[in-house]
Write a protein of this length. Structure first.
Length: 40
């Protein structure tokens, strides 16, 4: 996984950086059905 990220530093989304917290929440929501409790 790290080698793939290093080989494609811009990513496949056109170089847009994703907030790590948002990415984590998206994964938790899609995989585990988690939801926010902080009102965001």
């Amino acid at each position: 996984m790290y080698a793939e990220a290093a080989a494609d530093p811009g990513g496949t989304s056109g170089g847009a950086r994703v907030d790590p917290e948002e990415a984590a929440m998206e994964l938790l929501t899609s995989q585990l059905g988690a939801r926010r409790v902080d009102g965001r």
